[in-house]
Design a protein. Structure first.
Length: 158
């Protein structure tokens, strides 16, 4: 049995060295592949948020906003992160949700991480409120937008 595994491994290694895949690639339509790739980018944002990695989630959200500046989910998600930062800072638990600057991170990530850490508690809510206020006419029908806007508005009144 062990010899069979070694032969299979050698075959795979030889194929890779020859530039041929050991397993034939699945055929997928290019448009389908592009749509899956785009959906996966949203999944990364949501997964990072669900895993309590707010810095990473915000980093990818801002990156996608550069390509899709009017996307309601992305706009709402920026405020959702900032509102949660405010809420957690009030409870003195925010540090567990943020990643800190580190040499292995890209410079742009470290800049964002440092910016997020330098904010005062009230500034999270103020940034979220004023950011969402810019889109009030366009996104009022979007329920998640309305919810995050109401949160940020209540937070700045505290």
């Amino acid at each position: 049995m062990r010899a069979d595994k070694l032969i299979a491994f050698n075959h795979s290694a030889d194929s890779l060295l020859a530039g041929k895949p050991a397993i034939p690639a699945a055929s997928i339509h290019p448009q389908r592949f592009d749509s899956l790739k785009q959906a996966f980018r949203f999944e990364i944002i949501e997964f990072s948020f669900a895993e309590d990695n707010y810095t990473e989630s915000l980093y990818y959200t801002i990156g996608m906003l550069e390509e899709h500046p009017e996307d309601p989910y992305l706009i709402m998600h920026v405020a959702r992160i900032l509102n949660n930062c405010y809420y957690l800072q009030r409870q003195h638990r925010l540090g567990k949700k943020l990643r800190y600057p580190a040499p292995e991170n890209p410079e742009s990530f470290n800049t964002l991480a440092q910016f997020i850490q330098n904010l005062y508690m009230e500034e999270y809510a103020q940034i979220a409120f004023h950011y969402l206020q810019r889109y009030q006419g366009k996104l009022q029908a979007y329920p998640e937008y309305t919810s995050e806007f109401a949160k940020s508005e209540s937070f700045i009144k505290m």
